[in-house]
Design a protein around this ligand. Structure first.
Ligand SMILES: C[S@@+](CC[C@H](N)C(=O)[O-])C[C@H]1O[C@@H](n2cnc3c(N)ncnc32)[C@H](O)[C@@H]1O
Length: 275
C-alpha cells in the first residue's frame, strides 16, 4: 500500500511537469515521441500476445519459482509455488507498455537486443515481434518462468534468434554482453533495487555504442528505484533521457552536446498543450 501511494504521488508530479511533443525542440526527441507515444497503428501481434496473456491469466498451472523479488542482495532466492495467472498479472509488462516497447523497437530497428528479466515473456514477445531477425538475449533467473517464456515465443513463431538464458543476472549478464557485442537496445526489467540496477547499468556501459538505447521499467516503483534513475540521469556518459513514467529511456550519444532530460506524455493527455 505504501508503494502504491508512492507511485500515485510520483505519477501526479510527473504528469504536472510533463510536456507533450509540441514543447520539444529536439528533432530526435520529437521523432521518438511520434514513434513511441503518438503512433496509434494497431498490429495483429498485439492481439496475438494478448491472447497468450489471457490464457495465462485463466491458467490453473502452478509454478515452482525462484523468487528474486524476495532477495535484496545477490544471495540465492527462496523457492515458492505461485500460480502462473498471478505471475502474468503482477510481473508482466502491461498491454500499453508492450505496445510502447514494440513501437520503440519498430522505430529503432535493432539488430541486437538484451532484456534483463524475461518473466513469462510478454515484453520479450512485443520486442521480438517488432524486430524479427534481431539477435535477442533475455535473462531470467527462474527456470519455470524461462520455460513458459520459451513456450510462448514458440507459439508465436518468435523463437528464431531469441535465446532465454536461465540464471541470475550476476552470473549471466557479462556472458550475454560478451556474446552480443554491442547491443542496440537494453531493457532493464528485473531486480528493482537501487544498487543492483546501478551495477547492471555500469556493467553494460563498456558495451554500448553511441546509438544504443537503454530502457528502464519501474523507475517510480519505489524511492530506491527513483534514486537509481536519478543517478543514471546524472551519469557523465548519459547525454539525454526521456521519461514516459511507465518506461524511461537513456541515451549515450555524444552528439547530444548539452545534457537534457524530458518528461513526456502523449499529446492527448494534455490536449491544451499544443504550442
Ligand atoms: C518484472 S519481471 C519481467 C517482466 C518482463 N520483462 C515483461 O516485460 O513482461 C522481472 C523478472 O526478473 C527476474 N529477476 C529479478 N531479479 C533477477 C536476478 N537477479 N537474476 C535473474 N532474474 C531476475 C524475475 O524472476 C522476474 O521474472
Amino acid at each position: 500500500m505504501h508503494s502504491l501511494w508512492y507511485r500515485i504521488r510520483q505519477f501526479l508530479r510527473f504528469y504536472l511537469a510533463a510536456d507533450t511533443r509540441y514543447q520539444v525542440h529536439s528533432p530526435f526527441v520529437f521523432e521518438l515521441a511520434n514513434a513511441v507515444l503518438e503512433d496509434r497503428r494497431w498490429y495483429y501481434t498485439f492481439e496475438d500476445v494478448e491472447v497468450i496473456r489471457r490464457k495465462m491469466l485463466s491458467s490453473p498451472v502452478v509454478l515452482n519459482v525462484l523468487d528474486y523479488g524476495a532477495t535484496t542482495d545477490n544471495s540465492t532466492p527462496p523457492r515458492r509455488t505461485t500460480p502462473l495467472r498471478r505471475i502474468a498479472r503482477v510481473s508482466a509488462s502491461s498491454p500499453a507498455q508492450g505496445r510502447r516497447l514494440f513501437r520503440l523497437a519498430q522505430w529503432l530497428k535493432p539488430a541486437r537486443m538484451l532484456e534483463l528479466g524475461a518473466s513469462v515473456g510478454i515484453g520479450t514477445m512485443y520486442l521480438a515481434a517488432a524486430a524479427r531477425g534481431a539477435r535477442f538475449l533475455t535473462l531470467e533467473g527462474s527456470e519455470a518462468c524461462a520455460h513458459v517464456a520459451r513456450a510462448n515465443l514458440e507459439i508465436l513463431g518468435l523463437n528464431q534468434g531469441v535465446e532465454v538464458i536461465e540464471g541470475s543476472f550476476k552470473d549471466n549478464l557479462n556472458v550475454a554482453l560478451q556474446s552480443l557485442g554491442q547491443p542496440d537496445l537494453v531493457f532493464f526489467d528485473g531486480h528493482h533495487r537501487q544498487k543492483p540496477t546501478l551495477d547492471y547499468f555500469n556493467q553494460c556501459l563498456p558495451f554500448l555504442h553511441d546509438h544504443t538505447v537503454l530502457v528502464f521499467d519501474d523507475v517510480y516503483w519505489s524511492p530506491e528505484m527513483t534514486a537509481a534513475w536519478q543517478q543514471i540521469q546524472q551519469h557523465p556518459r548519459v547525454t539525454l533521457t526521456v521519461d514516459c513514467f511507465d518506461l524511461a529511456f537513456a541515451f549515450v550519444n555524444p552528439d547530444f552536446k548539452v545534457k537534457q532530460h524530458f518528461r513526456l506524455v502523449p499529446s492527448s493527455w494534455k490536449p491544451w498543450k499544443k504550442w
